[in-house]
Design a protein around this ligand. Structure first.
Ligand SMILES: Cc1cc2nc3c(=O)[nH]c(=O)nc-3n(C[C@H](O)[C@H](O)[C@H](O)COP(=O)(O)OP(=O)(O)OC[C@H]3O[C@@H](n4cnc5c(N)ncnc54)[C@H](O)[C@@H]3O)c2cc1C
Length: 394
């Protein structure tokens, strides 16, 4: 019998296993991952940004764990030879309305322990010569890393400490008993003292499988990227972001110099009709049917249909996507963009149509379910792992 069974070999599940083995050396830990390799979903398909924490409400779990998490992540990378760069990022405001938002972000950043700084237009031109903006904020604490590499380093540490990581093991049934919990995959049944659900895009379904029915549904939002053609890469030195719309949980399309090389532009945010469907036209009837039956999604759609429609236009029209990016870099042309990868965000939605902002867990009698771990959960992963370890042990 294992002490802890973890469902999900993304960065949150791996960080939870790592934290448990750190706090309880010799504990029996197994991570079950349904795919044939780790980090196949959100962890391996994201922007690779080490977020500073400037956006998050002071006092929220997101703000707290991101502030600590980016430091623990850098220390982990130093210790395990994972490349990362704390390069800072620019948030660019185009007009006076956006300046008001930028000022709010500046205040928020200060409250969250950061040292943001307004740049003069000369300083902006020196740092990012192709950017057009009326005002710009530099957030020096932001960085870049490849989260797939972090996940591999965590996996190596878990194995070194005696933990098991089993791929191709999809949890299909969960049974909680008084003294134990069992998880059945197509091959076998695993029994443990405690279960931790870090299933990302599937986490609400896994919670229901264990008997926990909440009003929370995971809504998949696909984010599509372009990469800059090599001859245009010089137009981006590091990271360039717009001022985000405060009504949305997403940051707006931005430019990211990637840790593994190259520059990405994106992601947009379109509702996906398949939880793990990375192609534009992907539809899984069961997932689409779930959307149609979801009162929360219907409420959200009626509130934001115009913004949603604009995202779809950008998804299908390279010209529209380029026009959005040209707000930041006017000299960028459509033929300097090469279609790139996409990723799907697991965003928790409540029945009243509210998008959950903060990280969120529910605790069962022998289980803990991570029901909302959207961005910046990769940045904060090591601290989320410690939080999970404390919660399941307590
Ligand atoms: C487009 C995009 C951009 C982002 N950019 C950033 C960024 O720059 N910085 C940042 O900090 N965060 C970013 N994020 C967020 C970050 O990637 C996620 O918050 C983080 O990776 C979540 O990790 P996870 O382990 O919870 O989920 P995942 O990585 O999705 O892992 C969940 C795992 O559970 C497995 N699983 C599911 N069901 C089962 C089952 N039944 N049995 C066994 N295994 C199962 C899945 O196969 C998967 O491997 C971004 C996300 C996206 C999508």
């Amino acid at each position: 019998m294992y002490d802890y069974i973890i469902i999900g070999g993304g960065i949150v599940g791996l960080a939870a296993a790592y934290a448990l083995l750190e706090e309880e050396p010799g504990a029996g830990v197994v991570v079950l991952e349904k795919e044939s390799h780790l980090a196949s979903h959100q962890t391996g398909r994201n922007s690779g940004v080490i977020h500073s924490g400037i956006y998050y409400r002071p006092g929220s779990l997101k703000a707290f764990l991101t502030e600590k998490g980016r430091k623990s992540l850098a220390a982990f990378c130093d210790q395990h030879g994972v490349d990362y760069t704390i390069c800072g990022k620019i948030i660019a405001a185009r007009d006076e309305d956006e300046l008001l938002q930028l000022r709010k972000l500046y205040e928020r950043g200060r409250q969250n322990g950061l040292q943001p700084r307004y740049l003069s237009l000369e300083e902006l031109a020196e740092r990012e010569p192709y950017v057009s903006a009326r005002h710009a904020l530099l957030v020096p604490e932001t960085g870049i890393v490849d989260y797939g590499e972090v996940a591999q380093a965590l996996a190596a540490e878990i194995r070194r400490r005696g933990g098991d990581i089993l791929i191709g093991q999809q949890a299909e049934q969960i049974q909680e008993a008084e003294q134990s919990v069992s998880v059945t995959t197509p091959d076998q049944t695993f029994t443990g003292r405690k279960l931790i659900n870090c299933g990302g895009l599937q986490s609400d379904k896994i919670a229901r499988m264990a008997g926990y029915h909440t009003d929370i549904r995971i809504v998949p939002f696909r984010g599509e990227y372009y990469t800059l053609a090599p001859e245009a890469e010089h137009k981006v030195s590091w990271l360039i972001y717009p001022v985000p719309d405060p009504a949305f949980p997403f940051l707006g399309v931005h430019f990211t110099r990637m840790s593994r090389g190259g520059v990405e532009a994106g992601p947009n945010a379109v509702l996906s009709f398949e939880r793990e469907g990375y192609e534009k036209m992907a539809v899984k009837p069961a997932d689409a049917w779930e959307h149609l039956r979801s009162p929360g999604l219907m409420k959200l759609a009626s509130r934001y249909w115009k913004e949603g429609a604009r995202e779809y236009v950008r998804s299908f029209s390279r010209q529209a996507f380029t026009a959005e990016l040209q707000q930041l870099i006017p000299s960028l042309s459509a033929d300097e963009l090469v279609p790139g990868e996409s990723g799907i965000r697991a965003q928790a939605l409540q029945e009243d149509g509210t998008l959950m902002d903060d990280f969120f867990f529910i605790t069962g009698s022998r289980s803990l379910h991570v029901l909302n771990a959207p961005s910046p959960a990769a940045t904060a992963s090591l601290e989320i792992g410690k939080t999970i370890a404390r919660k399941v042990k307590g």
